[in-house]
Design a protein around this ligand. Structure first.
Ligand code: ADP
Length: 157
């Protein structure tokens, strides 16, 4: 299980998903739907972009979930959550969640060190840079760069 908001999917996410697909027979990309937090892209748009960019992987599928990740893992019979660690700053929070999740439901968490190429990359940074007209094309799949430009319009002058 590779969970997240994916608003939108970046090359950092794809790196983790691709590596997970080589380690496990089956990978589920779990898109968290958080009703109290509206993203830049809707649930359908995020799923649509993810669906396009994982087309090369036969053993990866995209599903949405609400509520607790462990409940979703149980329903899907997924025993391992794979999380990318970008820096030590990710670790504190991720460790707490991993320990909570194993206590709640026996779901294991596997931490995968980020490819250094993507260690600074987050969806929120990509959105912020794109909003001000910066070039995010090296950091996201081409179709995501296009959708960002369509959604955000021309950069402010
Ligand atoms: P959230 O909204 O929960 O922060 P994201 O959708 O931004 O989630 O990311 C989901 C997960 O993808 C993260 O918890 C992390 O495991 C992984 N991830 C995100 N960005 C990167 C990156 N640049 N490199 C590696 N893994 C990443």
């Amino acid at each position: 299980m590779c969970p997240g908001s994916f608003d939108p999917v970046t090359n950092g996410h794809l790196d983790i998903i691709g590596r997970a697909s080589r380690l496990f027979d089956e990978v589920i990309v779990g898109v968290l739907i958080n009703q109290s937090k509206t993203g830049l892209f809707s649930e359908d748009e995020r799923i649509d972009m993810l669906g396009e960019v994982i087309q090369g992987y036969d053993n990866v599928r995209v599903l949405t979930f609400r509520g607790l990740l462990v409940d979703f893992c149980r329903a899907q019979e997924a025993g391992v959550v794979v999380k990318g660690l970008r820096a030590v700053s990710d670790f504190d929070y991720e460790l707490q969640m991993a320990q909570m999740n194993i206590g709640l439901a026996g779901v294991e968490t596997l931490f995968m060190p980020t490819n250094p190429l993507y260690s600074f990359l987050s969806s929120s940074l990509v959105k912020e840079v794109a909003k001000w007209g910066g070039d995010v094309s090296p950091h996201v799949p081409d179709l995501v760069a296009v959708r960002l430009r369509e959604r955000l319009g021309p950069p402010p002058s």
